[in-house]
Design a protein around this ligand. Structure first.
Ligand code: NDP
Ligand code: GDP
Length: 326
């Protein structure tokens, strides 16, 4: 039985990746950091019905010794480093913590692999945020980076360290440059989920407006379920490499609002309010990925379109709020 270690197992992607790997017959190990709220920490995995099938191992991305111990004890075939302080806006409030976890933390995982189990195949969760102030209209693996937040700077360090460990030590280490991907399990602070949760609350009479920040930013949004499959595909390649994973379509925040509100029979213009306090110190205006290499080399293609994604998210949020008010 193949064994995979997932850091960030309690997050959105960790949950979908766990479900995917279990369906392929893997033994899934999840890195779990100690929390005083351990009763709610597995909520996403429970939602997908897979919590009981995962072996949790106690560790933290900031604690190198815990990672070395886990790699030495369990010798997983594959290591997926998904753990991060992943919210861009928070990275201006906690820039150094973001650097420690999102940047240096990836270095800890790479060091643990190198020291304790260099045969493991390694995946790094890199981000389209590294393109930031875009240098090409459509961003591919060869587009120069220009990070625009402490989060993106930290991700860039982790990305280049992954490339460097592949080139220096021969590790099978791949970096997936994933564009934004969403689902009903997306963190509530991210804009798509904030919108679908807002639509649900307005629809059920629990709120009468939705304050947002920059409506003109555009993102290349896909479904997390499609994107975790790409992570696994990267680790099945004979030679490790870096891949952009995206849909190739970009949509504004405003247009996402229109799609999500209209799915619930509402008009966004009646409820969305611009709150200047939600603007960021530096903005990433446009992201649009070119997934050509992933399609040509791995046969990967996004399957879920934006309308279907938004509908799934709105329906899930309405169901959640209905269950609470019953
Ligand atoms: P989430 O924010 O949902 O999950 C982050 C995970 O990291 C959680 O499991 C969290 O644990 C864990 N974590 C945070 N700090 C530590 C730490 N010190 N030690 C151990 N675990 C820690 O992220 P997503 O699932 O959305 O994203 C997965 C990865 O992909 C992240 O690295 C993200 O930056 C990256 N990414 C995501 C994109 C997206 O659109 N979703 C796009 C491109 C990259 P806890 O539950 O305890 O907080
Ligand atoms: P990001 O691409 O990782 O920063 O993902 P987010 O979902 O957090 O933000 C996507 C875009 O939506 C950014 O350009 C934000 O400035 C914009 N945005 C507009 N209003 C909001 C809001 O209320 N919350 C968040 N999170 N983003 C917003």
């Amino acid at each position: 039985m193949r064994k995979a270690l997932i850091t960030g197992v309690t997050g959105q992607d960790g949950a979908y990746l766990s479900q995917f790997l279990l369906s392929k017959g893997y033994h899934v190990l999840g890195l779990l950091r100690r929390s005083a709220s351990s009763d709610v920490i597995g909520a996403r995995l429970s939602w997908l019905g897979v919590l009981d099938q995962i072996e949790m191992v106690d560790g933290d991305l900031q604690d190198l010794s815990s990672l070395i111990r886990i790699l030495a004890d369990h010798k997983p075939d594959e290591v997926y480093n998904l753990a991060a302080q992943s919210f861009v806006a928070t990275s201006w409030q906690q820039p150094l913590l973001t650097g420690q976890v999102t940047g240096i933390g990836a270095g800890h995982v790479l060091e643990a692999v190198r020291i304790a189990h260099p045969q493991a195949r390694f995946y790094q969760a890199s981000s389209s945020e590294m393109f930031g102030k875009i240098q090409q209209d459509k961003q591919s693996e060869s587009t120069p980076f220009y990070p625009r937040s402490p989060y993106a700077v930290a991700k860039l360090y982790a990305h280049w360290l992954t490339v460097n460990y592949r080139e220096s030590f021969g590790l099978h280490a791949s970096s997936g440059i994933l564009f934004n991907h969403e689902s009903p399990l997306r963190g509530i602070e991210f804009v798509t989920r904030r919108i679908t949760d807002g639509v649900a609350r307005i629809k059920l009479g629990l709120a009468d407006e939705l304050p947002l920040g920059n409506l003109s930013a555009t993102r290349d949004w896909g479904h997390a379920r499609d994107y975790v499959k790409a992570m696994w595909m990267m680790l099945q390649q004979d030679v490790a490499d870096d891949y952009v994973i995206a849909t190739g379509v970009t949509t504004s925040v405003k247009d996402f609002c229109d799609i999500a509100f209209s799915h619930a029979g509402l008009r966004a213009v009646d409820y969305v309010k611009v709150d200047p306090g939600r603007m960021r110190p530096a903005e990433v205006d446009v992201l649009l990925g070119d997934p050509g290499k992933a399609e040509a080399k791995m046969g990967w293609k996004a399957e879920v379109g934006l309308a279907q994604l938004a509908a799934e998210m709105v329906d899930a949020d309405i169901a959640r709020h209905r269950a609470k008010i019953k």
